[in-house]
Design a protein around this ligand. Structure first.
Ligand code: BEZ
Length: 327
């Protein structure tokens, strides 16, 4: 082949490569700390599949579950720099940066998962998302739920005073730290995956968790007192990097927001059913579950409220909205 023909062929292949690159899907990397089998990861996967289809292959969501991209704090930093495109994470991490989000963890703000779903779609919670670009460099696309929080203790807990001085595993962020501090507990931050052994070796005396974690991680084998307090909701938030968002066309932003909200919303129905199923399995396994209500916690709840009405002005509005929710 002549030199000029070879050069032309090389130029043609380069041009073809550039053209196909232009048509290539844009990968959106989405991180989670929960395992791939967890309902939050499955919602992310389903959102990605629908986005790929609706965008005609323009976007490909690549899901990284199980903390492959690091802790939630680390993922939030990556979202801020644009090194990560999206994340579904506990609203806990966001509450560490924007105090108003702590109000979502007010004790007994909602009765159950169904009410949590309603409140998160309400005016106040949705309005809080508007704070995120300026205060955290991320775009809040929507919320979903997880199971209601309860306590599993390796000590008899007939009275709230029994919690005083005990080491309780928590997800570390201010509203939950305040709750356990007011109960006199020594809160011990720890990923929930480490709790089984920590209960066995006495590193912690109890755990703040939900029914799903208690059952799937078999935590009930290591501690016998299940206080089904349902004392807090535990929302997940869908986030996108502010830097990545700024580069997207308006119609693509609308599609990503709509689909993220749709799939996060499915978690309410999922948890309504799965909480009932898990409850039945736990009963069959002979685990003794003691339901307790707000009265169990005495003055602590009022003290928490006084602190958080100052820290998170959104709390007053959330309480007003919550009072009108369907039972
Ligand atoms: C927890 O830390 O308890 C937790 C983390 C992610 C999902 C649900 C619960």
């Amino acid at each position: 082949m002549k030199k000029t023909t070879k050069l032309l062929c090389a130029l043609c292949s380069a041009a073809a490569l550039l053209l196909s690159a232009g048509a290539m899907a844009k990968d959106l990397r989405l991180g989670l700390v929960v395992p791939g089998t967890h309902a939050w990861s499955q919602a992310a996967q389903a959102m990605g599949e629908e986005l790929k289809e609706r965008s005609g292959g323009k976007y490909d969501v690549v899901v990284f579950p199980a903390g492959q991209l690091g802790s939630e704090a680390r993922m939030l930093q990556q979202l801020q720099t644009g090194a990560l495109d999206m994340a579904f994470m506990t609203t806990a991490e966001v509450a560490n940066r924007v105090p108003d989000f702590g109000a979502l963890f007010a004790p007994y703000l909602v009765h159950d998962v169904a009410q949590a779903g309603q409140l998160l779609n309400g005016k106040t919670a949705q309005g809080m998302l508007d704070q995120l670009p300026a205060k955290a460099g991320v775009v809040g696309l929507g919320y979903g739920v997880a199971g209601m929080r309860l306590m599993l203790n390796a000590f008899p807990t007939d009275d709230v005073k029994a919690i005083n001085g005990r080491k309780i595993r928590i997800t570390p962020f201010p509203p939950v730290q305040d709750f356990y501090r007011l109960l006199g507990a020594a809160s011990t931050p720890m990923p929930v995956t480490d709790v089984y052994d920590a209960l066995a070796n006495g590193q912690v005396d109890g755990v703040d968790a939900d029914l799903e974690l208690l059952w799937k991680l078999r935590l009930y084998e290591r501690a016998k007192t299940v206080l089904q307090s349902n004392h807090m909701m535990f929302p997940v938030i869908g986030l996108m990097s502010g830097r990545v968002w700024a580069q997207l066309p308006q119609e693509d932003r609308s599609m990503i927001r709509e689909l993220t909200r749709k799939h996060l919303d499915t978690l309410t129905a999922h948890y309504e059913k799965s909480e009932a199923d898990t409850q039945a399995s736990i009963d069959q396994a002979g685990v003794k579950v003691t339901p307790v209500g707000p009265e169990f916690f005495g003055d602590t709840l009022q003290q928490w409220e006084e602190i958080w009405l100052k820290k998170a002005p959104a709390l007053a509005d959330l309480r007003r909205e919550a009072a009108d929710l369907k039972p």
